[in-house]
Ligand binder design. Structure first.
Ligand code: ADP
Length: 246
């Protein structure tokens, strides 16, 4: 497993308040990582820094085997480099079918020029079918996305991100509002996605984090408080104190 993304000594202040404070973080490829931490710990700001939405005041954010700085890249260049982000609320095109939604997201690895052709080609259709199977929506391909359940919309959006073949997928609270069986499906889906890429999941639901069965990074006051397996970090005295509000 080689390092895909490395943050070191990163700090961000908002009006003098340090939302991220000398944070260092590494993720490999492939790898699954869960980020936990109380409200205000800096989880959203951390993701915003990676995607270029928020620029740090200090520190380095390096990407890929060549260690290219993401700080000199625009948000769209960062997305093009292979970083996909899923926000908590699903944003799919409700009036379009599941197939159309996936087709719109499909990225042509051969270059941008024949992307419209690729989306309609047999190769593109086969890729859409494969993603639909991956996310469990094969029998829903012809349905308008607006008819899907909340859980299905979340999977469709994950599928739309997978269609862009990111090397790093950032996912914000994927299990929120899901039924237990939907959660199980989401766990399986993310675990499969993490077999070939880096996946970072920000999640409050500890049972969901347990099922992800991966290394966990605990954020607190903008820094990494603890890192390791869930059983290990939940026994850490500092982590217990933070979660019990001591
Ligand atoms: P989390 O996602 O873990 O709840 P956030 O990254 O949203 O934490 O926020 C970390 C801290 O930074 C919080 O105290 C929050 O109020 C503050 N913060 C985040 N964004 C801004 C902003 N744009 N302006 C001022 N303060 C902010």
């Amino acid at each position: 497993m080689s390092t895909l993304l490395e943050l070191s000594g990163v700090s961000v202040s908002f009006d003098g308040f340090k939302a991220i404070n000398n944070l260092s973080f590494q993720i490999g490829e492939p790898e699954m990582r869960a980020i936990i931490g109380p409200n205000g710990a800096g989880k959203t700001t951390f993701m915003d820094i990676i995607t270029g939405k928020t620029r740090p005041d200090e520190g380095r954010v390096l990407w890929g085997e060549k260690g290219v700085s993401l700080l000199s890249m625009s948000e769209s260049q960062i997305a093009q480099a292979g970083i996909g982000r899923k926000f908590q609320k699903p944003t799919v095109f409700e009036a379009q079918t599941v197939r159309e939604n996936l087709a719109m997201a499909l990225k042509n690895k051969r270059g941008p020029f024949d992307v419209l052709f690729y989306r309609k080609s047999a190769e593109g259709a086969a890729r859409i079918d494969a993603i639909a199977e991956e996310i469990g929506l094969t029998s829903d391909l012809a349905r308008p996305a607006g008819e899907l359940s909340h859980g299905q919309k979340q999977w469709l959006e994950i599928g739309m991100l997978l269609a862009q073949d990111p090397r790093l997928l950032l996912v914000d609270e994927p299990a929120a509002g899901m039924t237990p069986s939907e959660r199980e499906h989401t766990t399986d889906l993310l675990k499969r996605a993490a077999q070939t890429r880096a996946v970072v999941v920000v999640e409050h639901d500890m049972e969901f984090v347990r099922r992800l069965d991966c290394k966990v990074t605990v954020l607190h006051e903008g820094s990494v408080l603890a890192e390791g397996r869930l059983d290990h970090v939940t026994q850490n005295k500092d982590v217990i104190d933070v979660y019990l509000g001591r």
